[in-house]
Design a protein around this ligand. Sequence first.
Ligand code: TRP
Ligand code: SF4
Length: 337
Amino acid sequence: MKQKTILTGIRPTGNIHLGHYFGAVKTWKKLQDQDTPFYLEIADVQALTDNFHQPEKVRKNVRELTIDALACGIDPKKTNIFIQSMIPEIAELTVFYSNLVTIARLYRNPTVKAEMKQKKELFGEDGEGITYGFLGYPVSQAADITAFHGTHVPCGDDQIPLLEQCREIVRKFNNIYGNTLVEPEAILSENTRIKGLDGNEKMGKSLGNAIFLSDDEETVTKKIMGAVTDPEKLKKDDPANPDICMVYYYHKLVNQDYVDTVCSECKRGARGCVACKKELIASMLAFLKPIQEKRNYYLEHLEEVDEILKEGTENARKLAKETVQTIKEKMQIHYFE
Ligand code: TRP
Ligand code: SF4
């Protein structure tokens, strides 16, 4: 049980954009090449905690997200992709663990607090309308991780409080019922937060500053032409500061071999913003092309996508069943075969 197992999850609420790609998916691709079991959970139950009123959105995005992940190079032979709601054992564990967490502790969870503030229309001005499900989703996330004996969780720094909550649950469980579960550790990606085209610290769909893997040429062109550059640069040959320019920022992500030239030309005033943006558009389209080709393949072969999800879910469920069996024995609620 002390074997290394990597587990991560993603909420199916939208398509993958560059923020997800460079912030997370790139790390997953590296991790799937290690000889360690890797589970990727499509967290539809968690997505419903703040999208319970729009089930069709969550449903649609389970497949969309899977297709995006496959298109990025997540390989179902190396990564076990599964759907959370199809593993009822996760829900069982959530109920068992709920005894090990106080309501006050959940209210203090910084991630829950921050998200509650962003969801005023659902949970009220001061969070007075928060649901039991949303407040408790860290408990369900602890079930996600421990159901598969996840020892390492690749994630962004916003997930640290959730991981800490999971570690506390594990410790409490082990204290009361005997040593059973492993405390997971985070694997932080180098670039957890990718800035938006507008210079915002975070790229996000709702912020309207994201480039999606599925964006076509016209959309990419329009978005990059509108990206924030050094506002003090008025003329083509004005020297500028690339460090405050989003065009330069994205050149660094998709055009690594060429960034030094972009940087020095920009500083010298030997580069116009329009030309610079056009170069970025070309590189971005070249970066997206193979991903979009794969995406189109899977869009035309939806039965393959379903097969991947079915197989991944079946595999994952076997392990979750074993875990629940062990946990029930430890909790003395296992009566007969
Ligand atoms: N909370 C994560 C997010 O919002 C998604 C998630 C669900 C997750 N279950 C997980 C992440 C288990 C890591 C481990 O992005
Ligand atoms: Fe940004 Fe390029 Fe303009 Fe410099 S030349 S400010 S890097 S767009």
